[in-house]
Design a protein around this ligand. Sequence first.
Ligand code: HEC
Length: 156
Amino acid sequence: MISLTQFKRWVTVIAASVILASACGTALAQNVKAQPDNALALRHIMQDLDKNTQAISHGIEEKDWPLVAKLAALIADHPTPPLGEKVRILTYLGTDALAFRGLDKDAQAAATAIQKAADKEDGPGVIAAFGKMQAACMACHNSYRAPFLQHFYGKQ
Ligand code: HEC
């Protein structure tokens, strides 16, 4: 017998998976390969986000708007972990899954705004959207990074 709490948790996970699956659209096609070590694929996705974010900052200094637009599009369209890992993450997040996804959407929306501003060579617009994106990265890290490290890697 599963308890009512467990049942509710699974309903949430399934509902969130359906929402994620539809929201992600082409996500499966862009899946990142499972990593050989024990790190989550999510971590490698994050490392790419970080690399691209730093490159955008450099691109802003150089006023290289085509490069900024290209990098922002990579962030807006970042890959998602393979299905098995997605389920692990959603199961762990439970009722927080939607909030987590919401923060990711905020970061992606800001990245799209960077791209649009860069396409117009609108420097101040790029910088404003870049600030919003960094705030979204930070908001998610503040809420979830330490709990993820503890849960998935056993770090205190
Ligand atoms: C929806 C939540 C969320 C958003 C949005 C998010 N992150 Fe993360 N980030 C995480 C989590 C969770 C981890 C811990 C993952 C792990 O260690 O497996 C992490 C870890 C990281 C790390 C550390 C990677 C390592 O090697 O340990 C970097 C760097 C990073 N994120 C950069 C970014 C950048 C840049 C953005 C914005 C463009 C961003 N993140 C947006 C959730 C998020």
